[in-house]
Ligand binder design. Sequence first.
Ligand SMILES: [Zn+2]
Length: 505
Amino acid sequence: MNRANRLLVRGGQVYDHDGDVHKPPVADILIEDGDIVAVGRDLKVAGERQVIDAAGRLVVPGLINAHYHSHDTLCRGLFEELPLEMWLLYTLPMGQNRSPEEVRARTLVGALESLHCGITTVQDMLGLVPLDDRNTDVVIAAYRDIGIRVVFSPMVWDVPAIAMVRDQDSLPADVQEMLGASGRPVQDQLDYLELQFRRHPAGGTLHWAIAPFAPQRCTPKMLAGCADLAARHDLTVYTHVYETRGQALIAREKFAHHGGSLINYLDSAGLLGPRLNIVHSVWIARPEMDRLAAADAGIVLNHLSNMKLKSGIAPVCDLRESGVRLGLGCDNCSGSDVQSMFQAMKLFCLIAAVSEPEPGPALAHEVLRHATLGNARTAGLAGRLGAIRPGHKADLVLIDLSDVAYLPYNSAARQLVYSEAGRGVETVIVDGRVVLANRKATTIDEDALRREVADLMRHFIADYERVAAERKRALPYMLDAHRRMWECDLDMNRFVGRTRGKPAR
Ligand SMILES: [Zn+2]
């Protein structure tokens, strides 16, 4: 084994979910071929290895972002707060039919920001248009080059985006077309996925998942095809469910034959089970949470985008009480507009705290579990990611405890969640490879990427201005549909279907 494959992280305070989460003890971490092989005090190791001095550093498991889309990173900062459906008018077209140079740059930008924020794995639910080999190769090469771990799931759907707007028929035909009014063939997309799994087999820092866009954007045939692919390739599934109030109304109105529940609809297609992760769940009913918990399905929360896009606030207290497994994400770069699990974790705790007047169980170390172990579970990587233990992948973050966020230093868990803004992230290791050292990427030239993005943005902004001018006409119609949606009653208590007969809560 050569020196490059062996790494010793010496003398850091090593965070253990089951240990002292406030003052983790000092320990060494021995890494071989990308795996943690030993953790302990004053490890005696023979042979050559690279040594990282972690004195004065807190060593934490790499954070995992369980919901992200790399297709709109270049739209960061373009929008004020907007209802989701109106925001889609702009952000969807700006992610489509872009040059390979732009696809590579946008992938690197999101990955670079993630590494600087201590994120070692992103779940990229990518809206790739066109869905082809060339685009796929560009994205996978960019992730390999920068060295972040990716759970990659190009989105599939066969019902157009306009299906996300309640009362879509009230919109003029050209406005419907702006959001996208034509479908895509089911089998082509399933064949595309299967081909990519063969062209780029999972391994190292590449993992695959299946992402039907959302139940209301997929026919039963598409959902059943996704369930079949997931079972045959042993993959997990992510899909957007109940992000907005309008989507819950669409469930009641258009999925009445499934008891008005998108969870029933997913179940009927064979998707409700341990592989399933539903993303958002802002407008989920309590009996549906219980069904997900019983099925060992998970929920990935995205408070940052849910608030900025006016979708609402997920019912954190009910979700915690239901026992459903939880994960966290940062969502689109133009809908939150940041890839920071520190912000996502803090918001989770603040919303949980303010939702109940009485003091509850400690939140900081719980949310650290969601952002690591919980998010690893969403990708089917429990036992491999999310903790600093022998047998786990060596995905680690070294936090500089001399940062003012730790002055004074009273609790690792609380200060990571409530005080850390990302400034403390000094060194990042993914799969045993140092990818960020002294707060700089070791794998790519950050300054060259800055220059390249500046160059690409001239063309990108010209395109954006054209799109924005063309779509202005749609705004009054979309706003009207949005207002009607908010005026309409939504029954969140009495629930029919599989849960019929159980008392409503
Ligand atoms: Zn999303």
